[in-house]
Write a protein that binds this ligand. Structure first.
Ligand code: BTN
Length: 251
């Protein structure tokens, strides 16, 4: 069903298709540990029975309707302390692809949800395996909603529900992978500042007053950016506070 993308340099050239699996991230992590697995290997499936999301959540997608795959990267050039740069590169690549398919405004909700008009069309789960002080292997799991028309989750949407069209998963896969590979290569060239600026330009609710919750505390604040280690910076009454992924919720 899927074909090796012609437009990429290395991403997806080794394509592992399985009709069904628990989680492509889990399969890809096993493959990624092997030295003979080339960088750019993609594990892709029509149906995950135990798809994994961020913060231990499940990722649900109707079989055969969406893109669910994991890209194996070996970013040995990236120090572990800079791993959020990879998150920025991947998020910007996916946002670039989504923007090329829609006329609607796109946003990246920190750390890496891709939103179209406040609704999530794509989730990303990046699992890094460290090798000393650098990243030996990174499993970039991408769940992109394409042709699914109804969702249990009220804040989810697909490209197809927005445009009313039906898409070829194989063609969208190639375009998406091309955009992601491009941003990854930009990162590899050392241009992380360029990627960070694009990430910040797209950052959801940046520079606007909104309500947040941290533990039992509810407060108004203004997102001002992201720290070097990927914590969300929120200006609360003139004081900057930073929050990790499990420490703050958008209300
Ligand atoms: C999120 O919670 O937003 C992240 C969702 C990531 C889902 C993708 S689907 C392919 C890959 N395999 C998984 O088990 N999860 C990721």
């Amino acid at each position: 069903m899927y074909k090796i993308p012609a437009r990429t340099l290395f991403a997806g050239k080794n394509l592992v298709y399985v009709p069904q699996c628990h989680s492509t991230n889990t399969l890809a992590a096993e493959l990624g540990q092997k030295v003979e697995t080339p960088e750019g290997t993609v594990v892709i499936t029509d149906h995950q029975s135990a798809g994994r999301g961020q913060r231990g959540n499940a990722w649900e997608a109707q079989p055969g309707k969406n893109l669910t795959f994991s890209l194996i990267l070996k970013p040995g050039f990236l120090e572990a302390k800079d791993q959020f740069q990879l998150n920025e590169a991947i998020s910007v690549g996916i946002a670039q692809y989504v923007a090329s398919r829609l006329v609607n405004p796109i946003a990246i909700k920190w750390p890496n949800d891709i939103l179209v008009q406040d609704k999530k069309v794509c989730g990303i789960l990046i699992e890094n395996h460290l090798n000393g002080e650098t990243i030996g292997c990174s499993i970039v799991g991408i769940g992109l909603n394409i042709n699914q028309k109804s969702f249990n989750e009220p804040n989810a949407e697909s490209i197809g529900t927005i445009t009313g069209k039906e898409y070829s998963l194989r063609d969208e896969f190639e375009m998406l992978l091309h955009a992601v590979e491009g941003c990854y290569l930009t990162l590899k060239k050392g241009k992380h500042v360029e990627l960070e600026n694009r990430y910040l330009d797209l950052l959801y609710r940046k520079d606007q007053i909104h309500l947040f919750a941290a533990g039992n505390e509810v407060f108004e604040g203004i997102i001002s950016g992201v720290s070097g280690v990927g914590k969300l910076r929120i200006n609360v009454g003139g004081t900057e506070r930073t929050f990790g992924a499990k420490e703050v919720a958008f209300l």
